[in-house]
Write a protein that binds this ligand. Structure first.
Ligand code: GLA
Length: 663
C-alpha cells in the first residue's frame, strides 16, 4: 500500500530534509511525489539546469526506504517563460490574459510551452533513469484544472486545425453545428474563432467541439512528455493525476494513455455527507482504470484551503476517507502535502506534518494511518466486486450544461450522484462505465443506469437495446437520448435514441418553476413521493406507467415507466425525484433485476468488497455516530480480532474483514 504524498523540499532549507526523512520513517511513508511545482528550481534560467538539490533529495528518500513518484515539474512554468514568450500565456473567454503569479499559466496549444516542457522532461528522465528510488513518473499536475480552455490566437489556429481534421471539409462542420441558424454559415475553416464572448448564446455544437478540442490539447501536452519518458525509461510506469468526476476533460480518452490511473480527491468540507460524493469519485477512478487497481494521489489530512471555509476534519475522519478510497480499489493513499507550507497560497492547507509539528493530534493520526495501511497489504492486487453499472459521459455533461438548454436546474452530475447515493445507502456497489459502443460490454451487469445521458450515438443506442433484449435491466433518467454526438436532436419525439427501447414518446419538456415540486402517485393512487425541476408531456407507446404526477404541469402523465423488451426491462424516470423517492424506485428496479445487497447494511455504514483469487476483503466504514453491527465472519485486518459471526462497529470506526473464500 502506497502511503505518503507530495513532497516539496524546495520550500524548505536543506537542513530540514533529514528530519523529513526521519519523520517519514516514523509514519511508515512508502512513497513521495517529488517536484510537482519545481520547474523554477530545476531550470532557474532557460536551458540552465540545477539538479544537485534533487539528487540529494532522491538519495535521502531512497536511504529512508521511500519510493519516488517523480514529477516532470511542468505543471507551472517559471516566470522567465512568460517574460521571454508572453504568447504562451492563456487568454480567457473575454480576451483577458491570465498572468503568471499563481500556477498553470500556460496555453496548452502553445508549441513553445510544449517544447520547453519536453526539454525539461528529457533532462530529468536522462538524469534519473536507473535511480533506485524512481518508481513512477508523474506528468504535469491536474491538467486543465485552472486553464480548462484557452481562447488565445494560438489556440484559435490549433482549433481550426483540429476541426479540419475532424470534419475534412467545411460543409460537414456547417451541418454538424447547424450553422444555417443565425447566419453562422462558414465558408472556410479560417473563419472559425474559438467560442469567445458573443452578444448572446453561442453555437452549442461549437461549444461542444471546443471542449473536446481543449481536452485533446491538454492530452497532447501529457502525451508529448509521456513519450519522452517511455523512450528513456521504458520500464517505469507513467501517470498524471486526474480529478475523476470533474468536468474539465474527457477522462475516458485520457485513461487509455496512462499506465496507472491516479486520482486526487478533496472532500467538500461543508457537506456533512461528503463521504457519499467521495465514494462516487473513487468509483469513477476505478471505472477509468477499467476495474483494475488505481492510486489515490492526493487528498487532505484535514482542512482544504481553497474551499470557502477551511473546515477541519474531525478525529477519525481521515482514516475513514482514506479507507473509502482503498475499499474502492486504490492501492494506497497519498496526500497533498508532506509538510504544511510556511508561505504561499496554500499555507493554510493541511498536510501530514502540520504547522504545529509532531506534538499534534493530526500527526498522531498520520502515524496510525501509516500503520493501518501497512496492515492492509494483503489487499494489494485484489479487485472490487460491483453490483450495478452506471454510465458516465463527459460529452453529455458538456452538452447538458450549455447555456441554451431548457432548464438551468438540469445539471449533469446531479442524477448520477443521486442514484449512486441511493445504492450506497442500500449496500450496493456501482461500477462507473463509459457509454458502450460494442455489444456485450455490459453483459456482466444485471442492472445498468443511464442518468442524463444526453448525447447518444446510434451505436450506443443499439448496444443498450441489445443489452435489454438479452435480459438486462436499464434505467434511463430524463434529458437522456435527446441528441446525437453532434448535439443534433433525434427527431420524432423525445427521448429519440431510446423511444422504442423504453416504449415512451415525449411531446414536450415541461420544466418546473424555481422551487416548484410535484407529487407522485402509484397505480393504486397512493402517494409515492415527490419531485422537482423537470416533468414531461409523456405518452406511453408500449410501456406501462408505474408512477404518475398528481399535480404540476402534466397531472396524470407518467413519471416512471416500465417496458419489458425481449428478456429484459427498460425503465424511464422522467422527473427529478427527491432522495427518498429515488431510493424507493431503485428498490423496486433492483428487486426486479435480481440485484441484492450482499450484507444487511445499517444506516450510515458503508460496505465494499474487494476480492483476490483466494480471499475476500470486506471494508466496513461507520460514518455515523451510533454503534452498528454487521453479520459477517472473518478476521479484522486492522484490529486483528477474529469475528465469529457479528462485527461490532463503534460510531466512526472502521474494519477490514478478511475471509478465506469469497463471501
Ligand atoms: C490540488 C493540487 C495540489 C494542491 C491541492 C490542494 O489537488 O494538485 O497541488 O494544490 O489541490 O488541495
Amino acid at each position: 500500500m502506497a502511503f505518503g504524498g507530495d513532497y516539496n523540499p524546495e520550500q524548505w532549507p536543506a537542513q530540514v530534509w533529514p528530519e523529513d526523512i526521519a519523520l517519514m520513517r516514523e509514519a511508515g511513508v512508502t512513497m513521495a511525489t517529488v517536484g510537482v511545482f519545481a520547474w523554477a528550481h530545476l531550470e532557474p534560467r532557460p536551458g540552465t539546469y540545477e539538479f544537485g538539490w534533487l539528487d540529494q533529495v532522491l538519495d535521502l528518500l531512497h536511504g529512508g526506504g521511500v519510493d519516488v513518484d517523480l514529477a516532470t515539474a511542468t505543471a507551472s512554468p517559471p516566470p522567465w517563460l512568460a517574460q521571454l514568450h508572453p504568447e504562451t500565456l492563456p487568454v480567457d473567454v473575454d480576451g483577458r490574459t491570465l498572468w503568471p503569479g499563481s500556477r498553470q499559466a500556460y496555453c496548452p496549444s502553445s508549441a513553445v510551452f510544449r517544447e520547453r516542457a519536453t526539454a525539461l522532461t528529457e533532462e530529468l528522465a536522462t538524469r534519473y533513469a536507473g535511480h533506485p528510488a524512481l518508481a513512477l513518473w508523474h506528468v504535469g499536475n491536474e491538467y486543465a484544472c485552472h486553464t480548462t480552455c484557452c481562447w488565445c490566437d494560438v489556440s484559435a489556429a490549433a482549433f481550426r486545425e483540429w476541426l479540419a481534421d475532424r470534419y475534412g471539409d467545411i460543409e460537414a462542420l456547417n451541418q454538424a453545428w447547424g450553422t444555417s441558424f443565425w447566419s453562422q454559415r462558414y465558408g472556410d475553416f479560417d473563419q472559425v474563432f474559438p467560442p469567445r464572448s458573443t452578444p448572446t448564446f453561442g453555437n452549442p455544437g461549437k461549444a461542444l467541439d471546443f471542449r473536446r478540442f481543449s481536452s485533446d490539447e491538454h492530452l497532447a501536452c501529457y502525451i508529448a512528455e509521456r513519450d519522452v519518458l517511455r523512450r528513456i525509461t521504458p520500464d517505469v510506469p507513467v501517470t498524471t493525476n486526474f480529478m475523476a468526476h470533474s468536468e474539465v476533460v474527457d477522462y475516458w480518452r485520457w485513461a487509455r494513455e496512462v499506465d496507472v490511473v491516479s486520482n486526487d480527491h478533496y472532500l467538500t468540507a461543508d457537506d456533512p455527507d461528503g463521504h457519499q460524493e467521495l465514494a462516487f469519485s473513487a468509483d469513477v477512478s476505478r471505472g477509468l482504470a477499467g476495474g483494475r487497481p488505481w492510486l489515490l494521489m492526493e487528498h487532505s489530512t484535514s482542512a482544504v484551503n481553497w474551499q470557502p471555509r477551511n473546515v477541519a476534519k474531525r478525529p477519525g475522519e481521515t482514516v475513514r476517507n482514506n479507507l473509502q478510497h482503498v475499499a474502492r480499489g486504490s492501492e494506497g493513499a497519498l496526500f497533498f502535502q508532506w509538510r504544511q507550507s510556511r508561505a504561499g497560497a496554500e499555507k493554510y492547507h493541511s498536510a501530514l506534518v502540520p504547522h504545529a509539528g509532531t506534538e499534534s493530534r493530526l500527526w498522531r493520526e498520520v502515524v496510525d494511518l501509516g500503520a493501518t495501511l501497512d496492515r492492509l497489504s494483503p489487499v494489494v492486487g485484489s479487485t472490487v466486486r460491483a453490483d450495478v453499472a452506471l454510465i458516465f459521459d463527459w460529452e453529455s455533461w458538456w452538452a447538458t450544461e450549455h447555456v441554451a438548454t431548457p432548464s438551468i436546474d438540469v445539471t449533469y452530475r446531479d442524477r448520477a450522484l443521486a442514484l449512486h447515493r441511493a445504492l450506497l445507502a442500500a449496500g450496493l456497489t456501482v461500477d462507473v462505465v463509459s457509454p458502450p459502443t460494442t455489444g456485450g460490454q455490459l453483459a456482466q451487469y444485471p442492472l445498468v443506469l443511464a442518468p442524463t445521458l444526453h448525447l447518444v450515438s446510434s451505436s450506443t443506442a443499439s448496444v443498450l437495446a441489445e443489452y435489454v433484449q438479452a435480459g438486462g435491466h436499464l434505467l434511463v433518467t430524463y434529458f437522456s437520448g435527446i441528441a446525437d454526438e453532434q448535439d443534433r436532436v433525434h427527431l420524432g419525439g423525445y427521448p429519440g435514441a431510446f423511444r422504442d427501447l423504453l416504449g415512451v414518446r415525449v411531446q414536450e419538456f415541461c420544466p418546473l418553476r424555481d422551487g416548484q415540486t410535484v407529487r407522485l402517485l402509484d397505480q393504486t393512487g397512493t402517494d409515492a413521493g415527490c419531485s422537482d425541476v423537470w416533468t414531461e408531456d409523456l405518452h406511453l407507446t408500449g410501456a406501462d406507467a408505474v408512477l404518475t404526477y398528481a399535480d404540476g404541469p402534466v397531472p396524470g402523465c407518467a413519471a416512471l415507466t416500465r417496458q419489458a423488451r425481449g428478456a429484459g426491462v427498460g425503465w424511464y424516470l422522467a422527473t427529478r425525484t427527491d432522495d427518498t423517492t429515488t431510493a424507493s424506485i431503485l428498490r423496486e428496479v433492483c428487486a426486479e433485476a435480481g440485484v441484492t445487497a450482499p450484507y444487511d447494511v445499517p444506516a450510515g455504514v458503508e460496505l465494499v468488497r474487494r476480492h483476490s483469487d483466494d480471499a475476500a476483503y470486506v471494508f466496513a466504514i461507520n460514518h455515523g455516530s451510533a454503534d452498528a453491527t454487521v453479520q459477517i465472519a472473518g478476521t479484522d485486518l486492522i484490529g486483528g480480532s477474529v469475528i465469529d459471526a457479528e462485527l461490532r462497529l463503534a460510531g466512526g470506526a472502521v474494519a477490514v474483514v478478511a475471509q478465506a473464500a469469497a463471501g
